[in-house]
Design a protein around this ligand. Structure first.
Ligand SMILES: [Zn+2]
Length: 265
């Protein structure tokens, strides 16, 4: 693994536009429960899974009930969101924020809704599936924090008159246009993609590494950091895999980057 960490550090230093893609694997180390693992929320609670599939339709049909459920006044989903909101970043999140401060990683595109990248200090973050810390108006696309709206009367309304929902993208809900366009642009323009803790099988997010690989004029590097090989490894989308926990591997990569720079200067 040591050799691969050095290789990643060298590739990162030589890149002009590196970006990171992250998924559930980077957040499980912060105690965020997963959904489909052996002890996942939906593996153990089929009713919760069925409800999750209907949540977006519930918002469209009956936004008041949707909000009551989301805030935990009805059902158990609110408790999960509250737990996620309290989570703290781990060394993997801090390492990516550090790579941005060093001027190497230009952007983080995450599937996670926990807001841990901004919390760790990453500035340019695209939250592909939204954030538990924000509300969004599907009519005009604007977002705001919970401190900016009153939840005394449900549902909350946007200034444009639209009904607001959680920024989190639910099942069957389209990915917001701004997020999808920005992410695609970043994937096409990058010359290095660092994929951390995700097997990238859920579309349309899964199209990003493929776009980076296939849609590019000059060749770039795609590096995976994951506990196990993924379809990206097997399909040859990634150039190499550093197998391990993101919270352990990423800080070592940062350390190697610093060493390389020191030796070069
Ligand atoms: Zn609006």
């Amino acid at each position: 693994m040591k050799g691969l960490i050095e290789r990643a550090a060298s590739d990162l230093i030589n890149s002009k536009r590196a970006i990171a893609l992250t998924g559930a694997g980077i957040s499980t180390e912060s105690g965020i429960p997963d959904f489909r693992g052996p002890k996942g929320i939906w593996t153990t609670d089929k009713e919760a899974e069925a409800k999750a599939y209907e949540r977006y339709e519930l918002f469209l049909r009956d936004p008041k009930s949707y909000w009551e459920e989301m805030l935990g006044e009805k059902g158990t989903h609110g408790a999960f969101y509250n737990e996620v909101r309290k989570a703290e970043p781990n060394p993997g999140h801090y390492a990516l924020a550090e790579l941005e401060k060093l001027g190497i990683v230009k952007c983080v595109i995450t599937q996670n809704i926990d807001g841990l990248h901004p919390k760790a200090g990453s500035k340019n973050v695209i939250e592909y599936h939204g954030s538990v810390h924000k509300l969004r108006c599907p009519s005009c696309g604007s977002r705001c924090g919970f401190e900016e709206v009153s939840l005394e009367k449900l549902p909350p309304y946007c200034k444009c008159g639209g009904v607001m929902k959680y920024d989190v993208v639910h099942f069957k809900e389209p990915i917001p246009f701004d997020v999808m366009n920005e992410a695609e642009k970043e994937a096409l323009e990058c010359d290095l993609m660092l994929i951390c803790g995700t097997s990238a099988v859920v579309y349309p997010f899964a199209s990003l590494p493929r776009a980076a690989k296939l849609g590019r004029r000059t060749s770039g590097t795609i590096i995976e950091i994951n506990a196990e090989p993924t379809p990206l490894t097997r399909e040859g989308i990634s150039d190499y895999l550093i197998q391990g926990k993101t919270g352990e591997v990423l800080p070592q990569v940062v350390e190697a980057v610093r060493r390389w720079r020191l030796n070069r200067d």
